[in-house]
Design a protein around this ligand. Structure first.
Ligand code: C5P
Length: 395
């Protein structure tokens, strides 16, 4: 067990600190949080307290804190101090030896290793003042991680994104020399077949029927299974997402193409059918329908139900998982779907809000034993949890 003092600075990336705490706690580690005034604009002390299962410290002048746990004590009782997100301002104050709030005072008082995980706008990151401050911090023996590169909350693109919580955990592990998280159960030697995204059903060469599925949840599940050592085939409808590392991806457009790709990818130990497959297609016109020909009547024809077909197949994977996206009576429909399609599990979610296309999800896992509610979480976290359950079920 590593005792981590986590200082959460004031940036939009503060929300990722929540996921970091969860991962560290899951690894059995003790996390105490200090929230700066800026950080409290992005996450609340209550959130951090609930996740860390510890009181959160916010003020240097909180006498109760000083009586129960002076700031020197707070840093002395930690094995490592982690600053995430480390903002440009916080790092400037650290580099200058400023001690004008609880976070900077702790950082000046500590004799423990310090890991700073920066997150800021790309220009702030590249500014000579920040470069100087980082050089100073590194010269003082502080480990400063390189930020990730990519689209930023401010709309710009470049280095400055907070590294993903898994990467921060790995850096903590490297610094403390102890595994900071329990190894995830392995899927080595298993073939996992995942469908994801919408399907497009052409009406004519330029028009199609579609739905709002982004593919994010299915891609996250493929990534989580590959990260656990599984051989993953991802049959993806038309989405613009990057292929997760170590995943074999087959791109398809229509439900019928998806059904064929799934059949060809068999046998599989597990199939996780996340795709929002269109229920119907039309016989596409060979050339563009002209509007002066009057409004066409579309004759909808049923698509193959890939999940139900697998459920009835003699090549049925050992574990068959479906998804149920519903706007009403989610559990009733999911439970009925589980038996109608002969699936082992149904992951049910209410898509009444902004789940489709969003980064978070709130689901129920419906199994033979009943329904479990999983709390609202990033799609990556739902994927990790599902991949762990799959690995456990196959053991
Ligand atoms: O019947 P419904 O579309 O709500 O069922 C959802 C589940 O069935 C999802 O797992 C989805 O991937 C799968 N499905 C399928 N083929 C279809 C329709 C749905 O595999 N044609």
């Amino acid at each position: 067990m590593t005792r981590i003092l986590l200082i959460v600075g004031g940036g939009i990336a503060a929300y990722k600190a929540c996921e970091l705490i969860r991962l560290l706690r899951r690894g059995g580690h003790d996390v105490r949080c200090v929230l700066t005034d800026g950080g409290a604009h992005f996450v609340t002390p209550m959130t951090l307290a609930a996740l860390s299962e510890r009181p959160v410290h916010t003020s240097l002048w909180d006498l109760k804190d000083e009586a129960e746990m002076g700031h020197i004590q707070l840093s002395r009782q930690a094995d490592l101090v982690v600053v995430a997100p480390a903002t440009a301002d916080l790092m400037a104050r650290m580099a200058g030896g400023v001690a004008d709030d609880l976070a900077t005072t702790l950082l000046l008082a500590t004799d423990k290793p310090v890991l700073a995980v920066p997150a800021m706008n790309v220009r702030m990151w590249q500014h000579p003042a920040t470069r100087r401050n980082i050089a100073t911090l590194r010269g003082d023996g502080i480990t400063v991680l390189e930020p990730d590169e990519g689209p930023m909350a401010c709309g710009e693109f470049g280095p400055g994104r907070l590294p993903e919580p898994h990467a921060i955990v790995a850096a903590i592990e490297a610094l403390t020399g102890t595994p900071a998280s329990k190894p995830a159960p392995s899927l080595a030697g298993r073939h996992i077949l995942v469908t994801a995204g919408p399907t497009h059903e052409p009406i004519d060469p330029v028009r199609y029927l579609a739905n709002r599925s982004s593919g994010k949840q299915g891609f996250a599940i493929a990534a989580a299974c590959a990260a656990r050592g599984g051989r993953v085939t991802l049959v993806a409808g038309p989405v613009t997402l990057a292929t997760p590392a170590g995943v074999d991806r087959i791109d398809v457009e229509t439900a019928r193409e998806m059904a064929d790709a799934v059949t060809q990818a068999l046998p599989a130990d597990v199939a996780v059918m996340v795709a929002a497959v269109a229920d119907w297609h039309v016989d596409a016109a060979p050339s563009k329908l002209k509007k002066d020909g009057g409004a066409p009547v579309l004759a909808l024809r049923p698509n193959p139900d890939i999940l139900a077909t697998l459920g009835a197949s003699d090549r049925r994977p050992r574990l068959l998982v479906g998804f149920a996206a519903e706007t009403d009576d989610v559990l009733v429909h999911a439970t009925a779907k589980r038996s109608a399609k002969n699936a082992d599990w149904i992951v049910a979610n209410d898509v009444g809000g902004d789940v489709m296309g969003g980064d978070r999800n709130e689901v129920h896992l419906v199994t033979a034993a009943g329904a479990e509610r999983w709390p609202d979480a990033p799609k990556s976290e739902i994927a990790d949890r599902l991949a762990d359950r799959i690995a456990d079920a196959l053991r």
